[in-house]
Design a protein around this ligand. Structure first.
Ligand SMILES: [Fe+2]
Ligand SMILES: [Fe+2]
Length: 392
């Protein structure tokens, strides 16, 4: 099976993996035949891509970074947490005020004791520890996933994916359980402050948006007062080394996140070096930075080019070593290869190569004219000057 863009689904294809809606309810089971009606339903739910079986690459089964059921429960908890914050009477009352300004909103969140029990911290802890457990016990070291984000559930999926990335990256800095947990739970909640942004005009929203890390921090602080590391990490997730980030425009030396940075308020906290990179990566591949949906390789290249100026270079290096450029199940086009006649052929990644991450083993299924051919396996590691492109 392979990951196909919704716009390229054909009648007669079969759904390769089950799909769940934003409430983690089963929407369509694997094996369902794609029809016009199904395509409409998928569009309605905001899906951008789905796994399909085509009879050519059925031996390919994409791996999950965490189990599907854990992903569902995690998504559900994040959705509920956002909803509980958004619908809490104190928040609703505040965000409905026409005259409220971003600073006043901060003060209100900070001063309202009712908001200190709004996040179910024991459940958050439980889920984060389960994700850590899943990754560590299965010895997962790579983020082998392409975005299958639905438009409606994007924010929640972003929270979970960023958490997974932070765990994979944090492990490379030999973080102990406590540090890893602190980083991962900060990642799960880093954008919770978006839930308090009032429904104002897009121009006004921009001002509130720049303060969302502060709102997130205040909510986490109120609900988990002793988690100092989390407060800093959440607050600093949009800060950049050179001071171009927000909300405070903090700066930092480009030192390894393995070393604890001073918990003073003028420098970026070391866990946030990792979170900011994971967050930015996921935003790039989700199309949330500049409307372009970056492929993992394109996103990595962009972030690598900004290492040391915007992003902590150690964290960037960690990201580069956990991202699977062309995960199993990705459809790719051969743009360049030493074997000229392969140019333009399209196939699906069947096996990745840890030593040559941009040269996986693929099953070629279509010629450059788009015509189906008898599938053949080609190990791109044996060729030179290979350049691939995601063919969504
Ligand atoms: Fe954010
Ligand atoms: Fe984010």
């Amino acid at each position: 099976m392979y990951l196909a863009d919704i716009s390229r689904l054909n009648q007669g294809q079969v759904l390769g993996k089950s799909l769940y809606d934003e409430n983690s309810k089963l929407l369509l089971a694997a094996g369902y035949k794609i029809s016009d009606q199904i395509i409409k339903l998928l569009k309605k739910h905001g899906f951008r891509s789905v796994y399909v079986s085509d009879g050519l690459t059925d031996e390919i089964t994409p791996e999950e970074v965490i189990s599907a059921s854990l992903r569902m429960t995690s998504n559900k908890l994040v959705i509920e947490t956002y909803e509980e914050v958004r619908n809490h009477p104190s928040i609703r009352k505040n965000t409905a005020l026409k005259t409220l300004d971003p600073e006043k909103l901060k003060a209100r969140i900070n001063d309202d004791p009712k908001l200190n029990h709004i996040i179910r911290m024991p459940e958050i802890k439980n889920i984060v520890e389960n994700i850590m457990d899943d990754i560590i016990s299965n010895n997962i070291s790579m983020f082998a996933a392409l975005p299958i984000k639905s438009d409606s559930g994007k924010d929640y999926e972003h929270a979970v994916d960023t958490t997974i990335l932070c765990i994979l990256m944090g492990r490379l800095f030999d973080y102990n359980w406590k540090d890893l947990y602190s980083l991962a739970s900060s990642a799960l909640l880093h954008d919770i402050g978006k839930a308090v942004i009032p429904q104002v005009s897009p121009k006004e929203q921009e001002v509130y948006y720049k303060e969302h890390p502060t709102y997130s921090m205040l909510l986490v602080q109120g609900n988990d007062p002793s988690g100092f590391s989390k407060h800093f990490t959440v607050h600093h997730h949009h800060e950049e080394l050179g001071g171009e980030g927000y909300p405070q425009g903090l700066t930092a030396h480009d030192i390894s996140p393995a070393r604890r940075s001073p918990t003073n308020k003028s420098e970026i906290f070391h866990h946030a070096f990792i979170l900011s990179v994971a967050n930015y990566y996921d935003n790039l591949i989700s199309g949330d930075v500049d409307e372009t949906i970056y492929s993992p390789e394109q996103a990595l290249q962009k972030i690598i080019s900004e290492a040391g100026t915007r992003w902590n270079s150690y964290a960037v290096q960690a990201l580069a070593s956990v991202i699977e450029r062309y995960p199993v199940g990705a459809r790719v086009k051969i743009v360049e290869a030493s074997l000229q006649k392969l140019k333009g052929f399209v196939g699906v990644v069947a096996r990745t190569n840890p030593n040559k991450p941009t040269q996986p083993l693929i099953i070629v299924t279509h010629n450059p004219l788009g015509n189906q051919i008898t599938p053949i396996k080609i190990d791109l590691a044996n060729l030179q000057n290979v350049k691939l492109e995601l063919d969504r």
